[in-house]
Design a protein around this ligand. Structure first.
Ligand SMILES: Cc1cc2nc3c(=O)[nH]c(=O)nc-3n(C[C@H](O)[C@H](O)[C@H](O)COP(=O)(O)OP(=O)(O)OC[C@H]3O[C@@H](n4cnc5c(N)ncnc54)[C@H](O)[C@@H]3O)c2cc1C
Length: 325
């Protein structure tokens, strides 16, 4: 059942029509609990609150399904505004960007130009950029963009290694000189490119984390998995990994108590703070990861009566898939 729901939500996350519709409805279906807001001001306020509790932020201006140059340019402008807002307000934050948002699916050179403009401003302000990893089709282009940023603006950018990829160990070795966020991986991939068993993914995830921690470059341990977090806490203590060489990261709205506790215990901690009108794909991937999060949806849909086209379409889609067999 969990696998069926996972696939349903991953398929929904790729539905461009629902994505467009969702943008007209503001934050719905419980998305408010995991998306900081729709504008920069609200987001800066959220970050101030996190900072006051010893937590830093990585800000993601949400945006997917970008196939028009104007949309990519608008996304780039918004990200430049976020950099200005971080710089001017002095909050402790960096940014996370998805290359597809600034034109990767339109044209590689156009995307690179946009990313470099962002990197130039980030380097000027001393703000770090994380290039998020998306689905496998965009993987190698994202690494190529990273290498170009590194040549022009050294130490300004890093990226993500998705542990579910068969080639993750080779990628980790090749990019061992970079600051890396290591995750399990969130997209629907074929067996040809990715591991499918949870046990195998967890095992590869831990091995990659340990290797990068030992390598001495900065590691972001990005997971809500308490067992893996406990394992890493023991590992860093045993290997005397300096506290400024790693951090834990979690998503905004998830395991908030644990986020707070880790920061209180003296670990460097960064919360991934997404904001913007384009919340749909991000939210569907979160539902795919943890079907219990469906409670977020049902509470919103049935107690607050926020029935939207998305709610109806999602329910119809799920029912259709579940009754197919
Ligand atoms: C900061 C950050 C950035 C990310 N960036 C990317 C990216 O760029 N590209 C990408 O592909 N993926 C990214 N991801 C998503 C990632 O790949 C995983 O899909 C996602 O984190 C779910 O896996 P997990 O490690 O958190 O634990 P899971 O495998 O989902 O959960 C493991 C166990 O942890 C416990 N648990 C998990 N969540 C909860 C909860 N909310 N409440 C209580 N218990 C819980 C449960 O016991 C569960 O069985 C990112 C994740 C984070 C945290």
């Amino acid at each position: 059942m969990a696998d069926v729901l996972k696939n349903v939500f991953l398929s929904l996350s790729n539905n461009r029509t629902l994505n467009r519709a969702a943008q007209n409805y503001g934050l719905q279906l419980g998305a408010k609990l995991v998306v900081a807001g729709t504008n920069i001001e609200e987001t800066m306020e959220t970050i101030r609150q996190l900072n006051s509790r010893g937590i830093e932020a990585t800000v993601d201006h949400l945006g997917e399904f970008v196939y028009e140059r104007e949309e990519a340019i608008a996304a780039k402008m918004k990200i430049l505004d976020v950099l200005d807002a971080i710089h001017e307000s002095g909050v402790k934050a960096h940014i996370s960007i998805k290359p597809s948002q600034v034109g990767l699916d339109i044209d590689y050179d156009f995307c690179l130009e946009n990313v470099l403009e962002i990197a130039e401003k980030a380097a000027q302000y001393g703000i770090f950029i994380n290039l998020d990893q998306e689905n496998y089709e965009r993987l190698h282009a994202t690494f190529a963009i990273l290498e170009t940023i590194e040549q022009r603006y050294p130490n300004t950018a890093g990226t993500v290694i998705q542990a579910y990829l068969h080639e993750a160990p080779q990628l980790l070795e090749k990019y061992s000189g970079y600051r890396l966020r290591i995750v399990k991986g969130a997209y629907k991939e074929s067996e040809q490119v990715a591991l499918t068993s949870k046990a195998a993914i967890d095992e590869q995830f831990v091995a990659l984390l340990e290797a990068h921690l030992l390598n001495g470059k900065f590691t972001s341990v990005a997971t809500h998995d308490h067992e893996i977090i406990q394992h890493i806490q023991k590992f860093v203590a045993m290997h005397n990994i300096p506290a400024d060489k790693f951090e834990f990261q979690m998503l905004y709205g998830f395991r908030t108590d644990m986020q707070q506790q880790l920061a209180k215990d003296g670990y460097q901690f960064t919360t991934y703070v997404p904001f913007g009108a384009d919340w749909y794909g991000y939210f569907m991937r979160r539902l795919a990861e943890r079907p219990q999060n469906i409670q977020l949806v049902t509470k919103q849909v049935f107690t607050k009566k926020t029935n939207t086209v998305i709610g109806v379409a999602a329910a119809a889609f799920i029912l259709g898939r579940l009754t197919k067999k």
